[in-house]
Design a protein around this ligand. Structure first.
Ligand SMILES: Cc1cc2nc3c(=O)[nH]c(=O)nc-3n(C[C@H](O)[C@H](O)[C@H](O)COP(=O)(O)O)c2cc1C
Length: 471
């Protein structure tokens, strides 16, 4: 499938959401302290929210931009297969960024001495248990000083001073490796934090593990996803590049030796991570467009998890393809945080395909370590509809023969039932043996006249006159 050259600019994404009716405006004054995040959480299965007037701030806040599969597809202007194809292209193709002059991201520049993050940016306090105000939608761009490879990744930043933030870096992150290399060289690590940035870069930054190895330059991966170079410009105070159309950029250095207490913060799993030591960033410039919009993401909200959905589905498809051609579609459902659970639809062609779904499931477990449950269904089940998947489990699954339990497997360390990430994975095989398909043929109804449209095919007056006769 070809997807051509894509316009993945953040503003273009917002315009597409608006045209699709997926961008709701909130015009009354909303508080950056808890209120905006609470509204985002309450509505995060719906449209993106633009808070036009934020208390004590001039900059509006946008939330829930990529919070649902529908919004993610609309923001990119692509349906599900094309979005998957664009992300697969990003995973496999490098296109070098292109330097442009007069970038919108630097229409306004504040330098050291002029910066007061808490006053100048509508940084949210998200949940009552959080340790403070956090920048949550910042993509951090660095160049590893040892390898020269550019890395882009999301890391939350807690405001700790007028021009200082704490940077949360989990174990194994490429940003942490670059910071270690800088420390070994006795240097600070130059960084640009891009808030409200190119959607292709947002997807590259959300992509982890073997899909985006340390050797991969993520500005080139974003270009691969776009099908064209990512327009960038040199930062004004650091030796690093920023996407030219970014709304707001914090430039600075991360100082490896200096730590500060960071957290607690409500995490994507729905629980809080505790306070702990984190490296600090000294901000050396704050740049933005004229009239920028500030992108915020709830940690414990759908946008954090939805950013991984399509890319992990691509990874699952690529993992099972060498095993068998019978996996006709895959879905990482919202209930499994688009990460821990996978549904695979099987199109069996003969009894020789019985059991192949389980083989494919093992391949998916191997490729996507955080998966802890895979449900196998036949292709007459709508795997994108959780009710239909539950129907398959209710009518086609017998635990004594259809449950596969795999103990002592590596998963995600945030799963609290695991032992530091080691726990149990299961396969629920709700696919029907090939020779028994006829026993499971679903009832089909006749096609209603007029395609089922009541107004077109039936008259409301008919119902009223029927009621009249039967009262
Ligand atoms: C919205 C969002 C916020 C995230 N916040 C953090 C964070 O604060 N710290 C962290 O280590 N990873 C965080 N992550 C995960 C990493 O950014 C992500 O896994 C990334 O791919 C890691 O980059 P790397 O592969 O270059 O190490 C976040 C991801 C998303 C989508």
């Amino acid at each position: 499938m070809t997807v051509g050259v894509l316009d993945t600019g953040f503003r273009s994404a917002l315009r597409r959401l608006d045209r699709a009716g997926l961008l709701a405006r909130v015009s009354r004054v909303v508080d950056y302290d808890l209120e905006a995040a609470a509204l985002m959480k309450h509505h995060d299965a719906g449209a993106a929210l633009l808070f036009e007037t934020v208390k004590d701030h001039e900059i509006p806040v946008i939330g829930n931009v990529f919070a649902t599969p529908e919004s993610s597809e609309a923001a990119m202007g692509l349906d599900r297969p094309r979005l998957r194809a664009a992300l697969a292209r990003g995973i496999h193709t490098d296109i070098e960024p292109e330097t442009v002059s007069d970038p919108p991201a630097q229409q306004q520049v504040r330098r050291s001495g002029e910066i007061d993050l808490a006053a100048q940016l509508p940084v949210l306090r998200h949940a009552p248990g959080d340790g403070g105000r956090f920048v949550t939608a910042g993509v951090l761009i660095v160049r590893d000083p040892l390898t020269g490879v550019r890395n882009a990744s999301f890391h939350r930043l807690q405001l700790t001073g007028a021009d200082r933030v704490a940077v949360k870096i989990d174990h194994g992150r490429h940003l942490g490796r670059a910071l270690d290399h800088a420390a070994e060289m006795g240097r600070d690590l130059p960084v640009a934090v891009c808030i409200g940035t190119d959607a292709a870069l947002i997807y590259a930054a959300s992509t982890m593990g073997a899909l985006m190895p340390e050797s991969r330059d993520e500005l080139c991966a974003a270009g691969g996803c776009r099908g064209a170079p990512l327009p960038v410009a040199p930062a004004v105070s650091q030796d690093v590049e920023v996407p030219a159309e970014t709304e707001i950029v914090l430039e600075g250095v991360i100082q490896a030796g200096e730590t500060v207490t960071e957290g607690p913060f409500g995490e994507f799993v729905g629980y809080a991570s505790p306070a702990g030591p984190a490296p600090t960033m000294q901000v050396t410039a704050l740049t933005s467009r004229h009239e920028p919009v500030y992108h915020a993401i709830n940690g414990a909200g759908r946008e954090t998890i939805a950013l991984r959905k399509h890319v992990l589905e691509v990874a699952a498809q690529e993992a099972v393809r060498p095993v068998t051609p019978i996996v006709s579609d895959v879905c990482m459902p919202a209930g499994g945080l688009h990460r821990f659970q996978l549904v695979m639809a099987l199109s069996k062609r003969s009894e020789r395909d019985d059991g192949m779904g389980r083989n494919a499931a093992l391949a998916a477990f191997g490729a996507l370590k955080d998966l802890n449950m895979i449900v196998l269904v036949d292709d007459d089940i709508d795997l994108h509809d959780p009710d239909d998947v539950a129907y398959a489990l209710a009518t086609r699954f017998d635990a004594a023969s259809d449950l596969v339990v795999l103990g002592g497997m590596r998963g995600h360390e945030y799963v609290r039932t695991s032992q530091a990430g080691v726990g149990t994975k299961i396969i629920l095989d709700a696919s029907v043996p090939f020779e028994r398909r006829a026993d499971f043929e679903r009832i089909s109804f006749a096609a209603p006249p007029g395609g089922g449209e009541l107004d077109a095919a039936y008259s409301g007056a008919t119902v009223l006159s029927w009621l009249g006769r039967h009262e």
